[in-house]
Design a protein around this ligand. Structure first.
Ligand code: LLP
Length: 412
């Protein structure tokens, strides 16, 4: 079911009209659909039901505890990148043995916390990090269940800022250094090498890039098994894209087919780390037009949400769909949709057609569930905005509006 649809001309989240939320919670705010979260989880997990596979939600995409809990209640594990995300996942009720710990540079304190919690796996990103993980585990009298994140040197063909699978990026262990890493895994008593992990980037549209990376991974498993390593796990990372603003995408089944074809018959336990695919289209940023400004060259619709609330357009040139909350059939004059922050980059996009929308009207910025609230800041003295969860006929505030006074209270 599409969570955000017009009913009687009003945009709704599940069965709740967005103006009701705007009235009761205020704007701007994030609105998530629990129904959509659950549907997305099921759609992701189902094609892998015949494999021994675990879907670990990449908490970084939307770390609200209620969101993690909703996915965990469907069976999701968690992929975390910090002690903060680990604490959130545990608090939300994710079983430790369903948690994988990614992240470029884990501190000793984070490794200790993860090992004490008994998590499923730590993904090591480098040889020096392997040494530290080994030391910490040994000092606790434990062996760390380890996967090596390999850098397969595969282009992801996504935005360069979220491309991670090529040599020259900071991520993973290069294939040339893998022999050294494998040797170390064998000799350090604190390490229990289970397998490999790969994550070549985020928001991938062409599944052939996954095919190349997973194919290389499968070859590595075969090669290292021949050399006597018992490799029982593969973590395939995240990265599956979603359509933004009218893009079309190959069906998810095609991605699943790539997985089955490349690594399906290795007898490995699989893990996935999807973020965007689970939460991206399950959230909108609900915002009001403050001013309809007709400039000499252009018309601007200035929203009460800004780049501090949703940074994706400014940071990755992302273009999200923007819909009027009240449907209208009139012709529209194109407008640039901007925020109130004092930067030219506080621009959601140019030449949007928003029929019937003017000063005071509500609009929804779609596909805002992933890396929206997660990346928000208080820039320009703008406090973090509320998050709301809609579940069918009801809704609740899952993060309250944080006042400036509270924020000031944390300072000095
Ligand atoms: N696993 C690892 C190791 C990752 O680094 C990431 C994302 C994921 C999983 C989840 O990837 P996803 O399934 O969501 O593509 N802020 C950017 C995206 C950054 C992604 C960082 N890593 C954006 O708004 O597009």
């Amino acid at each position: 079911m599409n969570a955000f649809t017009y009913r009687g001309g009003i945009l709704c989240a599940d069965n709740i009209a967005l103006p009701v939320i705007a009235e009761q919670v205020g704007t701007p705010c994030y609105v998530y659909s629990e129904t959509r979260l659950r549907d997305n989880y099921r759609a992701f997990a189902e094609p892998f039901a015949s494999l021994n596979a675990m879907v670990c939600y990449a908490v970084k995409a939307c770390p609200n505890v209620a969101v993690i809990r909703a996915l965990a209640s469907c069976g999701a594990g968690a992929d975390v990148t910090s002690a903060g995300e680990l604490e959130r996942a545990l608090h939300a009720g994710v079983a430790p043995d369903k948690i994988v710990f990614s992240g470029v540079a884990k501190t000793r304190a984070e490794i200790t916390m993860a090992l004490k919690a008994g998590i499923h796996q730590i993904n090591a990103e480098s040889i020096p990090e392997m040494r530290v993980i080994g030391e910490v585990a040994a000092s606790l009298g434990l062996r760390a269940p380890l996967a090596l994140r390999v850098n397969p040197n595969v282009a992801a063909h996504t935005h360069y800022k979220i491309s991670t699978g090529e040599m020259g990026t900071k991520f993973g262990i290069d294939s040339t250094q893998l022999p050294e890493a494998m040797g170390l895994a064998k000799t350090l008593p604190g390490l229990d090498l289970k397998g490999f992990q790969v994550h070549i980037g985020s928001h991938l549209f062409d599944y052939n890039n996954f095919r190349e990376a997973y194919g290389k991974l499968a070859d590595m498993v075969r090669d290292w098994r021949e050399q006597g390593f018992d490799l029982s796990r593969l973590d395939l990372g995240g990265g599956v894209g979603i359509p933004y603003d009218g893009q079309t995408q190959a069906p998810f089944g095609d991605y699943a087919a790539v997985v089955h074809a490349t690594v399906g018959n290795l007898g490995c336990e699989l893990a996935f780390e999807p973020g965007r695919r689970l939460v991206g289209d399950a959230g909108v940023l609900l915002t009001q037009v403050m001013y309809d400004k007709q400039g000499t060259a252009k018309r601007f619709l200035i929203l009460d949400a800004g780049m501090n609330d949703l940074i994706r357009p400014a940071m990755y040139e992302a273009r999200h769909s923007i819909w009027p909350v009240r449907e209208c059939a009139d012709d529209a004059q194109p407008a640039d949709v901007v925020g109130p922050v004092c930067e030219t980059s506080d621009l959601f996009g140019e030449f949007y057609l928003l029929p019937g929308v003017g000063q005071g009207d509500l609009v929804a910025i779609l596909q805002a569930g992933a890396y929206g609230a997660a990346m928000a800041s208080t820039y320009n003295g703008r406090p973090l905005i509320p998050e709301v969860m809609v579940s069918g006929d009801t809704f609740r505030v899952i993060r309250k509006r944080i006042s400036v006074a509270e924020q000031i209270g944390w300072e000095e």
